[in-house]
Design a protein. Structure first.
Lengths: 593, 174
């Protein structure tokens, strides 16, 4: 490597110029933010993301356009990320300059002219539209009848660290992130901390990996840091194929710069040269948001050569994978980035020795990396004080299914599952009587009954109860849920997604799906339960990665909590499963093309 | 192969080469180009991977036809025949499953006159089953060319498909 400093340097001048670089960005960001929130017109933001789009936010945004800069120019208009309270989508969030924010829920395009009228035609002449749901900021006479946004039941029990900016900044504007202290932690790290001090800070925080394995992050980084290799990679895994989990994509579509900042710090702390964000193709909203954010970071001296005036240089790119669930396994992910079939590798060598393109590599989950800027900015101790002794920080939980308030919620570790379901989720959905079953941690996770609802959200407590926190997805089923049919769905997913490398997984999932097909059609054979157990154990001991090793989890946990229902099913005492009367289920072809 | 198809093939190869080259559009920060990224670039452009693309990707990436085919056949998003003018994805993941996805699937199949992941007989709409479209809070979810619609049910899904048919009929192509 060429020495970067060739002549004696005026240290004071260097320090000044370094300070100025971030200070300039910061000043510009403050100005930009003030123009938006204290300008001469309301700033209307539409919550957008995969979930917002599915709820119809695009049509609402289109209906607002005629009032925006491209039309009559009476309002400023932005698309922001997810607010988390997805049952309220589409959300139209109006910033009244210098006063407050008024959030409108479940908005349709037809409501838009009336919503806007209150803000532009005269606040006394035109009432607030009835879709106005909550406010935050100054409690002026117009909003006295509305609840405070942060005091809504779905918000009050949250502890927002990762999601602090969600819904409040435009993910496509780096300056809005900087205006909220964005890149301050990076500035601090590259200009005033040694790489090993950053690693120490992360160790102190007690941060553990959010991708499922819960490995201590600081320790993982310390495996990579010592290597003197000229090229080293830090990878960020947003494959997130788990149905029922969308929090990784949620970060990318709502606050992508937080991830980018975390990954650059990860690179600095481990003396790495390249970062890769790995996303599944087809998820256009998070992909686009991440690509644009990386471009913006390059344009503003935050990526590339001499980041923020320091002597640290780092490059980053997005790598897309084809549809393959196993690509989320860390060694399979490296195969995919190299452009091959995403099948797991043998370990050792471990990634920190020989990973991507045989170079030393670290792989972390999106959520894990997104915590890093906060930890570096406020210190590891502060993070350590949040959550439980063994699981510090928060969990980003996705509630879906038969729940009153589906959404993405950030809660302090240590809350019980029941508190999340009832206090935040509002309990079982309207029209249902009770929550019967929870499916957590993705299709390789657990199927749990009521006994488990008082488990604390904590890596170790959940593992002990047979559930996996994993990706943070909690799928809720009401009293009508057919457990065997639900498990068949999970096994069908696992069968379809097995990469085929290890035969216990490839054949085992197929065997299990056959048994579940028979169970659902009331055609179970004697010995089927024994067969499930044998196959499941073979998968556990004979597979290279979690896909096979954990493949029996949904079955064993379901039998554990709902053994009686399995028994009835086995004895043909229940109606055939599914809506078609014959116990069948529509599924893709079992073989890959 | 008909004469017209044979004549159109050189153009197809040009199109494939352009798609491959487009990966290096940004000369300053060229992303890593691999067999997989090249196949994705081709499918983005053509909406399928023709045989010619397997050959072109092998040449472009200094790989072999066997190795390229091995990657293309592994990832379930790649298809080897042209899809219809529009693709409808229906999610069958566990959240959507609990919220009634099987009935939605059956309704969409019926509306399209297919009984698997196929293209309707008129060649206009292709049905795909998706393991997760990423908007589980709005389950059940369906999509048209990656644009999501949630909180659907069999009735809404039927009108989703029939509106789409109508739109394609009127020539408002995507």
């Amino acid at each position: 490597m060429v020495s970067r400093i060739e002549a004696p340097v005026d240290t004071y001048a260097v320090v000044m110029s370094q300070q100025t670089q971030y200070a300039l960005l910061r000043a510009r960001a403050r100005q930009r933010w003030d123009d938006l929130v204290a300008g001469d017109r309301p700033w209307v933001r539409v919550g957008f993301g995969a979930s917002g789009q599915a709820a119809g936010a695009q049509a609402v945004f289109d209906a607002l356009k005629p009032f925006g800069p491209e039309g009559s120019n009476q309002i400023n208009l932005s698309m922001v990320g997810a607010h988390g309270l997805m049952y309220l989508e589409p959300i139209v969030d109006v910033v009244v300059p210098g006063i407050n924010r008024i959030l409108h829920a479940n908005v349709t395009p037809e409501m838009v002219p009336e919503i806007v009228a209150h803000f532009v035609d005269g606040r006394d002449e035109r009432p607030l539209h009835e879709s106005a749901y909550a406010y935050t900021g100054h409690r002026d006479p117009y909003v006295t009848y509305l609840p405070e946004w942060d005091e809504l039941p779905a918000n009050a029990k949250q502890r927002k660290i990762l999601t602090a900016n969600f819904g409040n900044i435009d993910p496509h504007d780096i300056f809005q992130y900087i205006a909220h202290d964005g890149y301050a932690a990076l500035n601090k790290a590259v200009l005033s901390m040694k790489p090993e001090e950053v690693v120490e800070e992360v160790k102190t925080s007690g941060l553990r990996g959010r991708g499922g394995a819960a490995f201590p992050t600081g320790l993982k980084w310390s495996f990579l840091a010592p290597s003197q290799a000229p090229v080293k990679y830090v990878l960020c895994n947003c494959e997130e194929g788990d149905p029922g989990a969308f929090n990784d994509k949620g970060i990318l579509e709502s606050d992508p710069h937080r991830l980018i900042e975390g990954l650059i710090i990860n690179g600095y702390a481990t003396n790495s040269t390249h970062g890769v964000v790995f996303i599944r193709q087809g998820h256009d909203i998070p992909i686009e948001a991440t690509r644009r954010a990386i471009d913006e970071a390059y344009e503003n001296g935050i990526l590339g050569e001499n980041i923020l005036g320091s002597d640290f240089s780092f490059d980053m790119e997005v790598s897309l994978t084809g549809d393959s669930y196993v690509a989320g396994e860390e060694t399979a992910m490296m195969e995919a980035i190299e452009g091959k079939r995403s099948t797991p590798r043998y370990k050792p060598p471990f990634p920190a020795q020989a990973g991507l393109f045989q170079k030393p590599t670290n792989i972390n989950n999106v959520k894990t990396i997104a915590y890093v800027p906060g930890i570096v900015a406020s210190g590891g101790d502060e993070f350590k004080n949040v959550g439980t002794e063994s699981s510090s920080g928060t969990a980003l939980v996705c509630l879906t299914g038969h729940i009153k308030r589906p959404g993405m919620y950030e809660v302090e570790m240590g809350l019980t599952i029941r508190q999340v379901l009832e206090d935040i989720g509002g309990g079982v959905a309207e029209g249902s009587e009770r929550i019967k079953v929870l499916q957590t941690g993705g299709p390789l996770g657990g199927v749990m009954g009521e006994d488990a609802f008082d488990t604390e959200i904590d890596f170790d407590a959940m593992a002990k109860s047979g559930a996996i926190l994993g990706s943070g997805g909690i799928i809720v089923g009401d009293e009508t849920t057919d457990i065997v049919d639900l498990v068949r769905n999970l096994i069908a997913f696992n069968q379809f997604e097995s990469c085929g490398k290890c035969f216990p997984c490839r054949l085992g999932n197929t065997h299990m799906l056959d048994v579940f097909d028979r169970l659902c059609k009331n055609e179970a054979k004697p010995g089927d339960m024994k067969l499930l157990e044998t196959v499941g154990n073979n998968m556990k001991i004979g597979s290279l990665c979690g896909h096979g090793q954990l493949g029996y989890n949904p079955v064993s946990s379901a039998i554990n909590y709902f053994g009686e229902e399995f028994e009835k099913r086995f004895n043909g005492e229940l109606e055939k499963s599914g809506p078609f009367g014959d116990g069948s289920m529509i599924l893709p072809s079992r073989t890959r093309p | 192969m008909t004469t017209t198809q044979q004549q159109s093939r050189p153009k197809l190869r040009d199109c494939i080469r352009r798609a491959l080259e487009s990966q290096r559009a940004d000369k300053d920060r060229a992303p890593s180009v691999t067999v997989l990224s090249s196949l994705l670039a081709v499918q983005d452009e053509l909406h399928y991977v023709p045989n010619e693309a397997i050959e072109e990707v092998a040449i472009y990436c200094d790989s072999t036809i066997n190795d390229v085919w091995s990657v293309a056949s592994f990832y379930t998003n790649f298809r080897f025949t042209p899809p219809g003018q529009a693709t409808v994805d229906v999610c069958w993941g566990p959240t959507c499953h609990l919220m009634g996805a099987q009935n939605v699937l059956a309704a969409v199949q019926d509306e399209l006159g297919v009984d698997a992941e196929e293209t309707s007989e008129d060649g206009k709409i292709t049905l795909r089953y998706s393991t997760c479209l990423g908007a589980c809070a709005q389950a059940p979810v369906i999509a048209r060319d990656h644009i999501l619609t949630g909180r659907t049910d069999p009735k809404a899904a039927r009108s989703f498909v029939s509106n789409l048919k109508q739109e394609l009929e009127n020539g408002i192509a995507h």
